[in-house]
Every structure is written in C-alpha cells, then in structure tokens.
Design a protein around this ligand. Structure first.
Ligand SMILES: Cc1cc2nc3c(=O)[nH]c(=O)nc-3n(C[C@H](O)[C@H](O)[C@H](O)COP(=O)(O)OP(=O)(O)OC[C@H]3O[C@@H](n4cnc5c(N)ncnc54)[C@H](O)[C@@H]3O)c2cc1C
Length: 510
C-alpha cells in the first residue's frame, strides 16, 4: 500500500483536470498536488471517443483554456486536435509529471479533526490499492460513465446479423465503406457521425424518434481569421473568446425570452439549407423550446449538405424491432442496414462514481445543495467541475479552478484550514443540471440540487459568473470558514446548517 500527502488532489486528467492543475501552477505554485487518472492517457472525452468525425460542437475559442490561446484555424475542431491541445498544455505546465495514471478513485473520507481527506484509489494496471491524503479534494471527473454508453432496450437486437456499435466504443476494425448505415439518435453525436460516415458509406440514415434543433455555424471564425493577420495569438484570443461568449449569451437569453421567434429563425435557417420541398417540420422542428436541450451545431451545415446530395437521409419514426437485416419501424417501413450505430447517449455519473464520507457519515449527493455550482453543502474542502450546459464546458471549468485558487489563498491568509458550504436556509430546490435531455432525466434523482438564489443558483451565465467567481466575495452567507477540529455538519439540506453553532474561530459570514 503506497501512501502520501499533497495539498490538492485532482481527480481526472481530462480538459478540466489538466486545466485545474495549470491554474494551480499559475496561481499557487507553492502548493503540492497530484492528479489521479483512471485511464492510461490524458484527455478524457477527447481521448475516449474515436468515432468517425468526432469533433467539438462548441467553438474552440471558448472550449479552449482562458490562459492558452487556441491557434488552430478551425474554430470547430476535430477530437485529435483537442486531445493534442490538452496534452500540449499539460506538458507546457509540467502537469504531465504529476499525473498518476491507472488510478481509479473509489472513495474519499473527510476527517474534521485533522482537516484532511483520505482518498482510496485502485490501480487497474498493478491491482494495487493506493491511499493518499490531501487538504483539498478537487474532482474533475466529467459527468458520464466511461465503461458503458447508454443503449436503450432494442427489441430483436439478437436477431440482427449486421454490426451493432455504440459511438463510445467504436471498433477500430469497422470499415463502413460502401455499407448501408443506420444511426439511431438525433443528438450531437448522431449529427456529427452522419455526414462523416456518409463520405464513404453507400448511404446513411439518421433514424430519430423526434427532431432536435440543428444549426449550421461556420467551421472557421471570420473575426479570428482577420485578427490573426495582424495580432499575436495572446492578443487576438481573448477578443474572439469574448465575442463568442457574448454572442452565445445573447442567443441563449433570446431563446429563453422569445422562444417562438428563435424557433421560427432556426426552422427558416434549416429550410434554406435543405432541398426544395423537404419536410423540415417533420425532421427538424422539435416540439420543445430551443435550449430545453442543447442545440446541435453542424459546421458549415455538413449534415444538410449530405442530405442535399442524397448521401444521407433522416427518418422520424419509432423502432418496432430489429430484424436479421435491419430495422422495422412503427409505420411499417423497413430500413436495411449493414451497420447500426446506437448514438443514443451517455449514462450520467456524478463524481466519477466515488463515494464521499464526512466524519464517518456517507454523503448522499442527492441530499446536498451545490454552492456556486462547484462545492457541496456540508462537504468541506471539496470542489467539483461541472461545465455549462448552454455554453462551452471550459468557461465554467476555468472559473471553478480560479475560485479554488482564491479559496486556498483566503484560507492561508486568514489562518483557517477548512471551508464548508452551507445549504440555503429556505427556498425551492431543483436538480443541478436543468436540461430535459434523456441522459439528465434518467439520473435526475441522483444529482445534487441547486437553490433558488445566488450563491446556490446556477444562472448558466458566464459574464455573471465572472463577476461572482473571479471578483465576488469569498466569505459570503453560503459558506463557513473554520479551523481543523470544527465539527462537521450533519444535515446538508436547507434549514438546519444555519442554526448550527459554529466554532468561535469561524470567519463571520454575511
Ligand atoms: C462526444 C462528446 C462531445 C462533446 N463536445 C463538447 C463540446 O463541443 N463543447 C462542450 O462544452 N462540451 C462538450 N462535451 C462535454 C465534454 O465532456 C467537456 O467538453 C469536457 O471534455 C469535459 O472535460 P472533463 O475533464 O471535465 O471531463 P472528461 O473529459 O470526461 O474527463 C474526465 C476524466 O476523469 C477521469 N475519471 C473519471 N472518474 C474517475 C475516477 N473515479 N478516478 C480517476 N479518474 C476518473 C476519466 O477517466 C477522464 O479522463 C462533449 C462530450 C462528449 C461525450
């Protein structure tokens, strides 16, 4: 059993974990840290997913880190380029030397007497169990299960004689050249896969139960291209980043305030890229409002182009059963398929499946309230990274990491050791992730909650969060600072924490 201690322990070496470590290096270089990563590689999502065409659907000026300009001319980038960017960043900041691969974190136990976490990990390469201790635990473990994507029950799947694949586990030996492919689903993965597969397949059919909003955006950013000619990347990057932030924020707000108008606009935009007479209402006009679920971006309208050229088509119907040669649909239609791709989504997993215990009591995450979307009520010296649902993940990840550095500085400056979020004293609680997508709804009961007002409310608004998290007060009414030995709080839901007697050494909040 190996055992050691660091100031900050980061879980996960994806975009967020590498970013968190870089922020620490930049802002608190004297702090010791380690990154525990379950897999054998850096990059998380951008290393795991290998399906044809894998790419971002956010622009890289906002999906990139605040401190490292994205210099690739493509604003919507392929998975390999994103993985290379994350690895290069890790190398640049020496973070790669602090990553311990093949360490899956299983459990973390907080001890108030020592103000310390004991973290248990399992090494899948050696079979060894490893224990580390740390003062602050920072989870950057993404939001979904790595071992299994979500596949609904497909009647007749056993009878099907072609290849049935999930995009999360794309077989390296699968050659779809000249094959008839059916992609089940209509989310970001499906709309990415369809035009990419259609380049070599005989034909690709996107089979969806109901439509999704699909919007075409330029693969290159005109402002970035213009600025690149006379400004160095460090000067041009923040300008393009803020332009995209403000555009994204404005369109989200407009979608929320005038959904009918945005609906009409999206319909018209799709129609203009589809062949004359195409049934845009059946295949591209969802029943829900824009941003009830994430919009799907297609660079330069590649999906619409593939449809226009007859290489791909969309069928909106229900599956009755898989057959030996394809699928039979509720309408009675049959689709022949050599390959069926289940682009049916992810299985949500909070905190990478690890259990959290505070002073011997197991924390039920569903009975916690998130503070500023990044800490949990009643859980001391702990932060987690969950990105925006309506904007690039990294915008929030950068803010969370910056905030953690500020907290560490505040603890040192005030001679305290412990920061514990409180739950709101009153008010309605809602799930932390407010999307109505299937993967969220399937796991909604296991999610932490959010409160009705700041600092427990997620506004999904980056400019507002910049003020709150980069410049806002640390010692606000939602948090308690204390010294080692302060008893923990036993109830993490509204009501009781504020009534608890704090340690006399607590920083007054308010
Ligand atoms: C196909 C796909 C496309 C996406 N496109 C976009 C996009 O365009 N824009 C956007 O904003 N978001 C997108 N997302 C969301 C995406 O996950 C984030 O952009 C971002 O990659 C998340 O980074 P992360 O480091 O937080 O999580 P991840 O990339 O999931 O990395 C988490 C890391 O933590 C490790 N880990 C997990 N649990 C443990 C544990 N218990 N112990 C040790 N290690 C652990 C994992 O092995 C992994 O390496 C996409 C997601 C998918 C699946």
């Amino acid at each position: 059993m190996a055992s050691d201690h660091v100031d900050v322990l980061i879980v996960g070496a994806g975009l967020s974990g590498v970013g968190a470590a870089c922020h620490l290096r930049r802002n608190r270089p004297e702090k010791t840290y380690a990154v525990l990563e379950a897999r054998g590689a850096i990059g998380g999502t951008w290393d795991l997913f290998r399906y044809p065409g894998i790419r971002s659907d956010s622009d890289m000026y906002t999906l990139g880190y605040s401190f490292k300009p994205w210099t690739n001319p493509l604003a919507i980038a392929d998975g390999d380029s994103i993985r290379d960017y994350v690895r290069e960043t890790a190398r640049e900041y020496g973070v790669d030397e602090h990553i311990r691969f093949h360490h899956r974190v299983l459990a973390a136990e907080w001890d108030s007497a020592r103000a310390r976490w004991t973290v248990h990990a399992h090494r899948d390469d050696t079979g060894e169990d490893v224990t580390l201790t740390c003062a602050f635990l920072f989870t950057c473990s993404g939001y979904y299960r790595y071992d299994a994507g979500y596949t609904p029950d497909l009647p007749g799947a056993r009878a099907y004689t072609g290849r049935l694949v999930h995009p999360q586990h794309w077989p390296a030996d699968l050659d779809h050249t000249g094959r008839r492919v059916v992609v089940i689903g209509s989310g970001a993965t499906a709309v990415t896969l369809v035009p990419a597969l259609a380049e070599r397949a005989a034909h690709v059919t996107m089979l969806q139960r109901s439509p999704t909003y699909v919007v075409a955006l330029p693969a290159r950013d005109a402002l970035a291209d213009a600025l690149r000619r006379f400004l160095p990347p460090r000067a041009a990057y923040p300008v393009v980043r803020w332009k995209n932030v403000l555009f994204g924020t404005a369109t989200f707000q407009l979608s929320r305030r005038a959904p009918k108008l945005v609906k009409r606009f999206l319909r018209r935009a799709a129609k203009s890229r589809l062949p004359a007479g195409y049934d845009v209402d059946r295949h591209f006009s969802p029943r829900y409002d824009p941003w009830d679920q994430r919009l799907c971006v297609v660079p330069d309208g590649d999906l619409f182009t593939a449809i226009g050229q007859g290489r791909a088509s969309v069928v909106t119907d229900r599956i009755e059963t898989l057959t030996a040669t394809g699928l039979r649909l509720a309408s009675g239609a049959e689709l022949t398929a050599d390959v069926v791709v289940t682009a049916t989504g992810l299985n949500l997993l909070v905190l990478g499946g690890m259990t959290i215990t505070v002073d011997g009591e197991r924390v039920d995450l569903a009975r916690t309230v998130a503070y500023k979307g990044m800490m949990l009520s009643g859980v001391p010296n702990f932060a987690m990274t969950i990105g925006y649902t309506n904007a690039s993940w990294t915008l929030k990840a950068d803010l969370v990491a910056t905030y953690v550095c500020r907290l560490l500085t505040h603890l040192d400056d005030t001679g305290q050791q412990v920061v514990t979020p409180l739950a709101p004293a009153y008010g309605e609680l809602e799930p932390l992730i407010d999307l109505k997508s299937g993967y969220v709804l399937r796991s909604v009961d296991a999610l932490p909650k959010q409160g009705a007002a700041a600092p427990w409310r997620l506004h999904q608004n980056y400019p507002r969060d910049v003020l709150l998290m980069r410049h806002g007060r640390l010692a606000d009414s939602g948090v308690r600072f204390s010294r080692a030995g302060t008893p923990s709080m036993t109830d993490r839901l509204p009501g009781s924490e504020h009534a608890e007697v704090g340690d006399p050494a607590d920083t007054p909040a308010g």
